[in-house]
Design a binder for this molecule. Sequence first.
Ligand code: SF4
Length: 469
Amino acid sequence: MARAVGPYRMATFLKDHNWDCEIIDYFEYWKPGYLEDYIKRKITSDTKWIGISYTWMVEKSEKVIALVSFIKSIRSDLLVIIGGQSPYYKDLGADYYIFGYAEYATLKVLDYEFGDGTLPFYTKLFNGRYIDALHNYPSHDLKDYSIRFQDNDFISDKDILTIAFSRGCKFKCDFCTFPFIGIKEDTSTSEEILYRELMENYQKWGVKNYYITDETLNDRTEKLIKIKNVIQRLDFQPNLTGFVRADLLKSHPEHMELLAESRVWGQYYGLETFCRDAGKSIGKGLHPDIVKENVLNIRDYFKKNLGLYRGSISMIAGLPYESLDSMRESQKWLEENWDDQFAFWYPLQILNAPNGVGALSAMGKDFSKYGYREMQDSEKVNRIKESALYDHEVTWENDHTNIFEVRKLIQEEFTFKFKLGGFVLWPLLPYIPFNKLMQVEYDDSKLNIEAAQPLTDRISRYINLKYKN
Ligand code: SF4
């Protein structure tokens, strides 16, 4: 788990616009009472607003609601702004809800609330104002996404920081719910900004390890060249991990070389399916045999040329035309050919947008076009609704299967197959040496990163230092 990128980026941006901000990170992990105590101490008569990042928090919305309610109980006039890339399905008690990259939108709100700015464009949402920063005050092409950490962020050399080279994805997959897709312009940052950020984090805090947040790291050759130039200028050797489109490494073999030279050796591929028809239906037309051969070649290339590699394949269960047996076949191939790496399955998720807020995938907009129907069988629907991550998921079925069956398949047959020395490889964590992984005792209660990586140590260290601050 990395630091929450959005708030740190926002604080950096606002600092450049004369706003002084403090970040409180890992808010879910604070011991009961500690966070509340800390917030109470920090809220003074000078405090004007509190922002909460909601990205990845949809399923934890009750915690956010409780937090907002606590903040308002201290000072009911304190402005609460919630922002992020996740849609808002519930009343969180905020004054503003911002959707999308939100630097300019937040500034606009603050100028209006505390300066002489005009009222931002908004629509009413629950008892607050909703700002669609996707279309109003867009901030996806700032060309500077850098973060400057402060002393009271308590960064250490154990931290794995996040870094953005660009924003948005130029592709447009039909199942993708990420709002910034089909972005044609080159939003990548400059070599100088990147260099400055990486060097500063190394010189000040000793940080060498990064998650790259770009939705598709290898979408442009020019960007990869920039990254390589920067990495090769550094005084240290970083370890980078990011989302890579494996098919582009085949059509652009030079990208593989550039990624190796840039030490991007943790790679996450959304392959989604090895079923030809399913692949074609979502715009991934490469023959499955070629897809498989390609990832094996990538693995070999990195092992041979860099000596470091951690590849994670993600698959989607329930794509059009794909049967359960076809998924089982794919899993078998993964187990036989990818067992030194990591792979995992997601059930296909088709989301509704009940308030009209948020972004829908092409499938979500018209799922019948892809052969899906809303399930009618009430018992099944109830069971699914109980286990669904989101209560706005479509309980879909098609001619081959349904959401219930694919969830069951993943849970009962596919989960926890990829272990190394009893450890489940964590997809975006290339930084634990394999020999260390091998020493980790298998612990069912801590099936992932926490079993091996001192993540809990990092979080506790941060919280302890912060609390004493
Ligand atoms: S799934 Fe990945 S490559 Fe496809 S549109 Fe979404 S972010 Fe882009």
